[in-house]
Write a protein that binds this ligand. Structure first.
Ligand code: ADP
Length: 163
């Protein structure tokens, strides 16, 4: 049984993330999506909100678990009896950062492998920050994020904009 862990901020989950999860499920028996905090980013949504949105957005999928972690990703991966990390690749701009992280993880633990999955061309330009920017100014994010996320973004930014 091959279990892979797909870590990220998922702040919030986009259709690009869901596309990567669906592709990963074709390669592995089980995928654990792990919500963590990237020290370089201040999250808009709480960990609980991000987990809830992921759960709703992946209800149509089997063999998937949504979790969260704080601390070292490698410890989380091992605690799930896995040795595989999945990361999504969009464009060349992702490459350097992802390459460094994957190699560092392997230096720390040689048994860990990182597998990169390329998203559908349609989602190459998509990331959580762009989606939040559009939503903040009342733009239409339909087709970029799951319905639950569209709803939560509206709630979040109507509150912020009203303040
Ligand atoms: P992080 O802060 O860890 O980069 P993100 O939620 O931004 O977390 O991204 C999680 C993973 O998903 C990363 O590997 C990122 O490259 C990938 N990813 C994000 N958006 C997309 C997308 N549109 N298509 C493919 N992969 C994506």
């Amino acid at each position: 049984m091959k279990t892979a862990v797909y870590p990220g901020s998922f702040d919030p989950v986009t259709n690009g993330h869901v596309d990567v999860i669906e592709r990963a499920l074709k390669l592995f028996d089980k995928v654990i999506v792990a919500v963590g905090d990237n020290p370089g980013k201040k999250p808009t949504f709480t960990t609980e909100e991000r987990v809830e949105m992921l759960e709703e957005s992946t209800r149509h999928l089997k063999n998937i678990e949504i979790g969260s972690f704080s601390g070292l990703l490698l410890d989380f991966v091992k605690s799930k009896s896995s040795s595989i990390i999945i990361r999504g690749l969009r464009a060349v701009s992702d490459f350097e950062f992802e390459f460094q992280r994957a190699l560092m993880n392997r230096v720390v633990d040689d048994k860990i492998e990182t597998v990169f999955i390329m998203t559908k061309e349609h989602y190459v330009y998509l990331n959580s920050s762009i989606v939040k920017e559009i939503a903040m100014f009342n733009g239409n994010v339909n087709g970029l994020v799951p319905h639950i996320v569209e709803k939560k973004l509206k709630e979040k930014f109507s509150k912020t904009n009203a303040q």
